[in-house]
Design a protein around this ligand. Sequence first.
Ligand code: ADP
Ligand code: MG
Length: 253
Amino acid sequence: MRAVVEAYGVRKSFGSLEVLKGIDLTLAAGEVACILGPSGSGKSTFLRCINHLEKPDGGRILVNGSLIGYRERGDVLYELKRNELALQRRAIGMVFQRFNLFPHLSVLDNIIQAPMLLKGEARDSAVAHARSLLAMVDLGNKENARPNELSGGQQQRVAIARALAMQPSLMLFDEPTSALDPELVGEVLAVIKRLAAQGMTMLVVTHEIGFAREVADRVVFMDDGYVVEEGSASTVIDNPQMQRTRTFLSRMS
Ligand code: ADP
Ligand code: MG
């Protein structure tokens, strides 16, 4: 299987606080991995390293085989220029806890902006694609709404459609349902499940254990800057090998 994400020994510190202590992870095309772990364990920092929103202090990350953030000549790494990094990031869609939609733009305009501005896509084709994405996230009737007219769950589904509009080969989700009222969680998870069924490669940080069990090809448990345990959902969630994983899961249920 072709690897979409390869992380080798990724380290990151903020001042004297070491947040990532050598993360190794590979994700094959079409695979869905859920990352579980306590708050502060480095999950968000790791996702942010994948698209170089954070610069790792050590190790390396490849997406679709290319080194993220750097060019390598001999043994030396040179930082990529802004536009080169922007090109790499196009392949990576990211959805955060907070939706970060543009409040002054309609739903449709939120979605077509990046493909038109960054990829030079023609308006007609960007609109057609946006409409099919809105149908996929069950918001076919909301293209003219403003973000503040939508529920949190609807806004998050727009944010997912917006990320998909760039036709990424990898989607990163950082606790996509944590800011939602409980009754809105299901509709967002349903969209992520649909993407999984379509073969999208995804890395999902979540506290939704039931969702992880159902959707994840692989569950990765992180604690204190390490991957403590990874494997199938039935192993990591239902039959964890490590005490730290057991303790975490027992607190979750
Ligand atoms: P998680 O997503 O697992 O809750 P994070 O990756 O957000 O964990 O954070 C891991 C640790 O790094 C936390 O102690 C957090 O306070 C710290 N941290 C994250 N981002 C920064 C930053 N930009 N500057 C300083 N400390 C940070
Ligand atoms: Mg986080």
